[in-house]
Design a protein around this ligand. Structure first.
Ligand code: SAM
Length: 276
Protein backbone atom coordinates (compact mmCIF):
# COMPACT_ATOMS: atom_id res chain seq x y z
CA UNK A 1 0.00 0.00 0.00
CA UNK A 2 1.24 3.47 -0.84
CA UNK A 3 2.13 5.84 2.05
CA UNK A 4 0.60 8.97 0.54
CA UNK A 5 -2.13 9.84 -1.98
CA UNK A 6 -1.16 9.61 -5.63
CA UNK A 7 0.26 12.70 -7.26
CA UNK A 8 -1.06 13.13 -10.76
CA UNK A 9 0.10 15.09 -13.77
CA UNK A 10 3.76 15.22 -12.67
CA UNK A 11 6.31 16.49 -15.15
CA UNK A 12 9.21 14.05 -14.91
CA UNK A 13 11.64 16.76 -16.04
CA UNK A 14 10.67 19.27 -13.33
CA UNK A 15 12.08 18.84 -9.82
CA UNK A 16 9.85 20.08 -6.99
CA UNK A 17 12.64 22.41 -5.86
CA UNK A 18 15.33 23.39 -8.31
CA UNK A 19 17.83 26.15 -7.69
CA UNK A 20 20.31 24.95 -10.27
CA UNK A 21 19.49 27.72 -12.73
CA UNK A 22 20.27 30.43 -10.13
CA UNK A 23 23.41 28.59 -9.05
CA UNK A 24 25.37 29.14 -12.25
CA UNK A 25 28.65 27.82 -10.82
CA UNK A 26 27.84 26.29 -7.44
CA UNK A 27 30.57 24.77 -5.25
CA UNK A 28 28.37 21.68 -5.03
CA UNK A 29 25.12 20.43 -6.59
CA UNK A 30 22.80 18.28 -4.54
CA UNK A 31 19.90 16.23 -5.89
CA UNK A 32 17.46 14.51 -3.55
CA UNK A 33 14.90 11.92 -4.69
CA UNK A 34 11.98 11.21 -2.35
CA UNK A 35 8.29 10.39 -2.31
CA UNK A 36 7.94 13.24 0.23
CA UNK A 37 9.75 16.16 -1.44
CA UNK A 38 8.01 18.58 0.97
CA UNK A 39 10.06 17.04 3.79
CA UNK A 40 13.16 18.68 2.35
CA UNK A 41 11.69 22.20 2.50
CA UNK A 42 13.67 22.82 5.70
CA UNK A 43 16.85 22.95 3.61
CA UNK A 44 15.67 26.29 2.24
CA UNK A 45 16.12 27.86 5.70
CA UNK A 46 19.12 29.20 7.58
CA UNK A 47 22.72 28.86 6.35
CA UNK A 48 21.98 26.25 3.70
CA UNK A 49 19.04 28.26 2.37
CA UNK A 50 21.28 31.34 2.18
CA UNK A 51 24.01 29.37 0.38
CA UNK A 52 21.38 28.23 -2.09
CA UNK A 53 20.14 31.83 -2.53
CA UNK A 54 23.71 33.05 -3.08
CA UNK A 55 24.28 30.37 -5.73
CA UNK A 56 27.01 28.56 -3.72
CA UNK A 57 24.90 25.42 -3.51
CA UNK A 58 22.61 23.99 -6.20
CA UNK A 59 19.68 22.03 -4.78
CA UNK A 60 17.10 19.99 -6.71
CA UNK A 61 14.46 17.87 -4.99
CA UNK A 62 12.70 15.28 -7.20
CA UNK A 63 9.44 13.48 -6.54
CA UNK A 64 9.96 9.76 -7.20
CA UNK A 65 6.29 9.45 -8.15
CA UNK A 66 6.95 11.64 -11.19
CA UNK A 67 8.82 8.65 -12.59
CA UNK A 68 5.84 6.28 -12.45
CA UNK A 69 3.26 5.87 -15.22
CA UNK A 70 0.35 3.95 -13.69
CA UNK A 71 -2.86 5.55 -12.44
CA UNK A 72 -1.82 5.27 -8.78
CA UNK A 73 1.81 6.34 -9.24
CA UNK A 74 2.90 3.13 -7.54
CA UNK A 75 6.42 3.03 -6.13
CA UNK A 76 6.20 -0.11 -3.95
CA UNK A 77 5.24 -3.77 -4.11
CA UNK A 78 5.28 -6.85 -1.89
CA UNK A 79 8.62 -8.53 -1.15
CA UNK A 80 9.73 -11.65 -3.00
CA UNK A 81 10.18 -14.46 -0.50
CA UNK A 82 7.35 -13.14 1.68
CA UNK A 83 7.53 -11.18 4.89
CA UNK A 84 6.06 -7.99 6.26
CA UNK A 85 6.17 -4.57 4.62
CA UNK A 86 6.63 -3.32 1.09
CA UNK A 87 9.69 -2.81 -1.12
CA UNK A 88 10.36 0.17 -3.40
CA UNK A 89 10.24 -0.86 -7.04
CA UNK A 90 13.42 -0.69 -9.14
CA UNK A 91 12.12 1.03 -12.29
CA UNK A 92 10.93 4.39 -10.85
CA UNK A 93 14.28 4.64 -9.04
CA UNK A 94 16.25 3.86 -12.21
CA UNK A 95 14.29 6.48 -14.18
CA UNK A 96 14.71 9.12 -11.47
CA UNK A 97 18.44 8.45 -11.18
CA UNK A 98 18.88 8.48 -14.97
CA UNK A 99 17.11 11.86 -14.98
CA UNK A 100 19.57 13.15 -12.36
CA UNK A 101 22.52 11.78 -14.37
CA UNK A 102 21.22 13.50 -17.52
CA UNK A 103 21.17 16.84 -15.67
CA UNK A 104 24.72 16.38 -14.33
CA UNK A 105 28.10 17.37 -15.69
CA UNK A 106 28.96 13.92 -17.04
CA UNK A 107 31.29 13.20 -14.11
CA UNK A 108 30.27 10.30 -11.87
CA UNK A 109 28.17 11.76 -9.02
CA UNK A 110 28.26 10.32 -5.51
CA UNK A 111 25.01 8.52 -4.67
CA UNK A 112 24.27 8.35 -0.95
CA UNK A 113 21.63 5.78 -0.07
CA UNK A 114 20.50 6.32 3.54
CA UNK A 115 20.08 2.94 5.20
CA UNK A 116 20.38 1.58 8.74
CA UNK A 117 22.44 -1.18 7.09
CA UNK A 118 25.01 1.30 5.74
CA UNK A 119 28.36 2.39 7.15
CA UNK A 120 27.90 4.93 9.98
CA UNK A 121 28.19 8.56 8.84
CA UNK A 122 30.64 10.70 10.82
CA UNK A 123 32.57 13.97 10.63
CA UNK A 124 35.42 12.38 8.61
CA UNK A 125 32.93 11.22 5.97
CA UNK A 126 31.27 14.66 6.01
CA UNK A 127 34.69 16.26 5.36
CA UNK A 128 35.35 13.87 2.50
CA UNK A 129 31.93 14.48 0.92
CA UNK A 130 32.36 18.27 1.25
CA UNK A 131 35.01 18.14 -1.48
CA UNK A 132 32.70 16.49 -4.06
CA UNK A 133 30.97 18.42 -6.83
CA UNK A 134 27.73 16.45 -7.09
CA UNK A 135 25.91 14.53 -4.35
CA UNK A 136 22.68 12.60 -4.90
CA UNK A 137 20.52 11.31 -2.03
CA UNK A 138 18.07 8.44 -2.61
CA UNK A 139 15.51 8.51 0.21
CA UNK A 140 14.07 5.07 0.79
CA UNK A 141 10.73 4.36 2.50
CA UNK A 142 8.86 1.16 3.48
CA UNK A 143 11.38 -1.71 3.89
CA UNK A 144 13.82 -0.04 1.50
CA UNK A 145 14.70 -0.19 -2.21
CA UNK A 146 14.94 -3.25 -4.52
CA UNK A 147 18.60 -4.31 -4.31
CA UNK A 148 18.93 -4.65 -8.09
CA UNK A 149 18.61 -0.91 -8.69
CA UNK A 150 21.19 -0.24 -5.96
CA UNK A 151 23.57 -2.67 -7.72
CA UNK A 152 22.78 -1.03 -11.08
CA UNK A 153 23.40 2.44 -9.62
CA UNK A 154 26.85 1.29 -8.50
CA UNK A 155 27.85 1.23 -12.19
CA UNK A 156 26.84 4.87 -12.77
CA UNK A 157 27.52 6.54 -9.43
CA UNK A 158 30.03 6.27 -6.66
CA UNK A 159 27.72 4.36 -4.31
CA UNK A 160 27.68 5.05 -0.54
CA UNK A 161 25.02 3.32 1.60
CA UNK A 162 25.09 5.43 4.78
CA UNK A 163 23.49 5.07 8.21
CA UNK A 164 23.15 8.04 10.56
CA UNK A 165 23.12 5.76 13.61
CA UNK A 166 22.10 2.43 15.05
CA UNK A 167 18.34 2.94 15.05
CA UNK A 168 15.62 2.71 12.39
CA UNK A 169 13.78 5.71 10.92
CA UNK A 170 10.68 5.58 8.75
CA UNK A 171 12.41 7.06 5.73
CA UNK A 172 15.63 8.47 4.32
CA UNK A 173 14.53 12.15 4.24
CA UNK A 174 15.59 13.09 7.78
CA UNK A 175 18.82 11.10 7.38
CA UNK A 176 19.56 12.92 4.10
CA UNK A 177 18.92 16.29 5.73
CA UNK A 178 21.31 15.40 8.55
CA UNK A 179 24.04 14.50 6.06
CA UNK A 180 23.37 17.48 3.77
CA UNK A 181 23.60 19.87 6.72
CA UNK A 182 26.78 18.29 8.10
CA UNK A 183 28.46 18.30 4.67
CA UNK A 184 27.38 21.67 3.31
CA UNK A 185 28.51 23.66 6.38
CA UNK A 186 32.05 22.43 5.63
CA UNK A 187 32.08 23.81 2.07
CA UNK A 188 34.32 26.91 2.05
CA UNK A 189 32.25 30.11 2.04
CA UNK A 190 29.03 28.63 3.41
CA UNK A 191 29.64 29.37 7.09
CA UNK A 192 30.26 33.10 7.58
CA UNK A 193 33.19 32.66 9.98
CA UNK A 194 35.27 29.59 9.06
CA UNK A 195 37.05 29.81 12.44
CA UNK A 196 33.83 28.64 14.06
CA UNK A 197 34.50 25.24 12.46
CA UNK A 198 37.74 24.74 14.38
CA UNK A 199 37.67 23.32 17.92
CA UNK A 200 34.13 22.07 17.28
CA UNK A 201 33.11 18.69 18.58
CA UNK A 202 34.49 15.90 16.35
CA UNK A 203 36.66 18.29 14.35
CA UNK A 204 39.85 16.76 15.79
CA UNK A 205 38.41 13.81 17.69
CA UNK A 206 37.56 15.71 20.89
CA UNK A 207 34.23 17.15 22.05
CA UNK A 208 33.83 20.92 22.41
CA UNK A 209 34.56 22.78 25.66
CA UNK A 210 31.62 24.37 27.58
CA UNK A 211 30.65 27.79 26.20
CA UNK A 212 29.20 30.92 27.90
CA UNK A 213 27.90 34.35 26.93
CA UNK A 214 26.75 37.52 28.77
CA UNK A 215 25.82 38.17 31.55
CA UNK A 216 28.87 37.11 33.58
CA UNK A 217 26.52 36.09 36.41
CA UNK A 218 23.18 34.45 35.69
CA UNK A 219 20.81 33.22 38.44
CA UNK A 220 23.73 33.00 40.84
CA UNK A 221 25.90 31.03 38.41
CA UNK A 222 29.15 32.62 37.34
CA UNK A 223 31.15 32.25 34.18
CA UNK A 224 34.49 30.51 34.98
CA UNK A 225 36.81 33.30 36.06
CA UNK A 226 39.60 32.38 33.67
CA UNK A 227 37.39 33.28 30.68
CA UNK A 228 37.27 36.89 31.95
CA UNK A 229 41.05 37.07 32.55
CA UNK A 230 42.13 38.10 29.05
CA UNK A 231 45.02 35.60 29.35
CA UNK A 232 44.73 33.88 25.97
CA UNK A 233 47.28 31.12 26.66
CA UNK A 234 45.61 30.22 29.97
CA UNK A 235 42.16 30.28 28.31
CA UNK A 236 43.40 28.00 25.52
CA UNK A 237 44.81 25.51 28.09
CA UNK A 238 41.59 25.66 30.16
CA UNK A 239 39.49 24.98 27.05
CA UNK A 240 41.75 22.12 25.97
CA UNK A 241 41.49 20.58 29.45
CA UNK A 242 37.69 20.90 29.42
CA UNK A 243 37.59 19.19 25.99
CA UNK A 244 39.75 16.33 27.29
CA UNK A 245 37.70 16.06 30.49
CA UNK A 246 34.34 16.05 28.69
CA UNK A 247 35.52 13.53 26.10
CA UNK A 248 36.98 11.24 28.78
CA UNK A 249 33.69 11.37 30.66
CA UNK A 250 31.14 11.15 27.83
CA UNK A 251 33.00 9.45 24.96
CA UNK A 252 36.03 7.50 26.24
CA UNK A 253 35.89 5.58 22.92
CA UNK A 254 36.90 8.79 21.09
CA UNK A 255 39.74 9.51 23.48
CA UNK A 256 41.12 5.99 23.09
CA UNK A 257 41.54 6.64 19.34
CA UNK A 258 43.73 9.74 19.76
CA UNK A 259 47.42 9.16 19.14
CA UNK A 260 48.75 12.73 19.25
CA UNK A 261 48.07 13.78 22.85
CA UNK A 262 50.77 16.00 24.40
CA UNK A 263 52.40 15.46 27.81
CA UNK A 264 50.12 18.21 29.24
CA UNK A 265 47.08 16.45 27.76
CA UNK A 266 48.04 13.10 29.27
CA UNK A 267 48.72 14.73 32.66
CA UNK A 268 45.32 16.48 32.53
CA UNK A 269 43.53 13.19 31.73
CA UNK A 270 45.33 11.45 34.59
CA UNK A 271 44.22 14.25 36.92
CA UNK A 272 40.54 14.00 35.86
CA UNK A 273 40.62 10.24 36.25
CA UNK A 274 42.09 10.37 39.74
CA UNK A 275 39.51 13.03 40.75
CA UNK A 276 36.56 10.95 39.52
N1 SAM B 1 14.20 -2.68 6.30
C1 SAM B 1 15.28 -1.77 6.54
C2 SAM B 1 16.35 -2.44 7.40
O1 SAM B 1 15.97 -3.23 8.26
O2 SAM B 1 17.54 -2.15 7.23
C3 SAM B 1 14.78 -0.51 7.24
C4 SAM B 1 13.95 0.35 6.33
S1 SAM B 1 13.49 1.86 7.08
C5 SAM B 1 11.96 1.49 7.81
C6 SAM B 1 13.03 2.86 5.69
C7 SAM B 1 14.10 3.80 5.19
O3 SAM B 1 14.44 4.70 6.23
C8 SAM B 1 15.38 3.20 4.74
O4 SAM B 1 15.31 2.71 3.43
C9 SAM B 1 16.34 4.38 4.84
O5 SAM B 1 16.20 5.23 3.73
C10 SAM B 1 15.78 5.13 6.05
N2 SAM B 1 16.51 4.87 7.31
C11 SAM B 1 16.02 4.23 8.39
N3 SAM B 1 16.91 4.20 9.38
C12 SAM B 1 18.01 4.85 8.94
C13 SAM B 1 19.27 5.13 9.51
N4 SAM B 1 19.62 4.76 10.73
N5 SAM B 1 20.17 5.82 8.75
C14 SAM B 1 19.86 6.21 7.50
N6 SAM B 1 18.67 5.95 6.91
C15 SAM B 1 17.75 5.29 7.61
Amino acid sequence: MSENPPVTGGDAAAPVTDTRAEAADPRMSIDVVSIFPEYLAGLQLSLIGKAVDRGQLGLAVHDLRDFTFDRHNTVDDSPYGGGAGMVMKAEPWALALEHVLAGGSGEKPTLIVPSPAGAVFDQRIAEDLASRKHLVFACGRYEGIDQRVIDWAGEHFELLPMSIGDYVLNGGEVASMVMIEAVSRLIPGIIGNPESLTEESHEDGLLEYPIYTKPAEWRGREVPEILLSGNHAAIARWRRDRRLERTAEVRPDLLARLTDLSKEDLAAIERFESER
